[in-house]
Design a protein around this ligand. Structure first.
Ligand SMILES: [Zn+2]
Length: 270
C-alpha cells in the first residue's frame, strides 16, 4: 500500500482547490518531497508536536492539518521554538505536512458542511458566497423544526468531548428551523447572518459582538469549541482521500487528541 506525497496533495487539492483560500492564508505543502512515498496519512486540526508524536507512534508518513503551521514570514526554523521543533522533527523522520485551511472552509463539501450535517441540515447554501456555490459558512433549514435545546443536544452528541464545552444564548424551548453554521471562528459573519437564521452555530464568539447580535436580532447563538467543530471535517476529508486514491494505495487515520488550548472548565455545576 503506497502512494506519494504528490499524489496525496493532488487528491486533496481536487477537493479543496488552493485558489479558494483567502488572500491572507497560507495553505499547501509545508514540508515533504512530492516524490516521497506515503502509506498512511494522519488528519488533524493543529500542526503541533502532540500530533507529530502521534504520527510517529502510528507510522504515518504524512500529516494533513486544517490550521497552517506558519501564517507570517519566518527567518528561522531552528528547533528552539515550538514550530521550529515541529519542522525539524517532521523532516528528521521523513513525515510530510500539508495544510488545507480556508480552501477547505470554502470548498463544497467543506469544513462547515460537516458542522451543518451534525446539526441535521441536508440542503444548504454558503452564508457569504464570493461567487458560485462555494464560500464561508452554511445556512439551511432543518427537515423538521426542533427546539434550541434539541439542536444543542445534537451537537453535544456529534462533537468530540472537550473541556471547552458548548455555550448557548437563547431560550432552550424556543423553536428553531433555519440554522446558520460556520466552523472555526465565526464572529465575522454575525452581521451577514443577522436575523436571517433562528440560530447561528459557530466558535470563538466574543462578548460584545454576541450581545449586540442577541439584542439586535432576538435570535439565538450556540458557541461550539473551535477545535471540535473543525474536527468534524477530518473524517470526511480522510474518506474523500481514500475514495479518490483508492483504498489499496493509502491508509488514513484521524487524530483524537484534543489540541484546543482549554484543559479545564470550572462552571456552575462544579
Ligand atoms: Zn480554525
Amino acid at each position: 500500500m503506497t502512494s506519494t506525497v504528490g499524489r496525496v496533495v493532488a487528491g486533496l487539492e481536487r477537493r479543496s482547490p488552493p485558489e479558494l483560500a483567502s488572500d491572507w492564508d497560507a495553505v499547501g505543502l509545508v514540508c515533504g518531497d512530492p516524490a516521497a512515498s506515503v502509506s498512511r496519512v494522519l488528519f488533524a486540526v493543529d500542526p503541533v508536536m502532540a500530533v507529530v508524536d502521534e504520527a510517529m507512534a502510528t507510522g504515518a508518513d504524512m500529516i494533513v492539518t486544517h490550521h497552517p503551521l506558519f501564517l507570517r514570514g519566518v527567518h528561522s526554523v531552528a528547533p528552539v521554538t515550538p514550530k521550529g521543533r515541529v519542522v525539524h522533527t517532521l523532516i528528521g523522520h521523513g513525515i510530510a505536512l500539508y495544510c488545507a485551511h480556508t480552501n477547505a472552509d470554502h470548498a463544497r463539501p467543506g469544513v462547515s458542511d460537516a458542522l451543518a450535517a451534525a446539526c441535521g441540515l441536508t440542503r444548504t447554501t454558503a452564508i457569504d458566497p464570493p461567487g458560485g456555490d462555494v464560500g464561508t459558512g452554511r445556512v439551511g433549514d432543518l427537515d423538521a423544526p426542533a427546539t434550541l435545546g434539541e439542536l444543542a443536544g445534537r451537537l453535544v452528541d456529534a462533537l468530540p468531548v472537550t473541556e471547552h464545552g458548548i455555550r448557548i444564548a437563547g431560550d432552550l424551548d424556543s423553536p428553531v428551523r433555519r440554522v446558520a453554521v460556520c466552523g472555526g471562528a465565526g464572529d465575522s459573519l454575525l452581521e451577514i447572518v443577522g436575523d436571517s437564521a433562528d440560530v447561528y452555530v459557530t466558535g470563538d464568539l466574543r462578548h460584545h459582538r454576541a450581545q449586540d447580535h442577541l439584542l439586535t436580532t432576538g435570535k439565538a447563538l450556540i458557541d461550539v469549541p473551535h477545535w471540535a467543530a473543525e474536527w468534524l471535517w477530518l473524517p470526511d476529508a480522510a474518506s474523500a482521500l481514500v475514495a479518490d486514491l483508492g483504498a489499496d494505495s493509502v491508509a488514513t487515520s484521524v487524530s483524537a487528541i484534543d489540541t484546543s488550548p482549554w484543559t479545564a472548565h470550572l462552571g456552575r455545576n462544579q
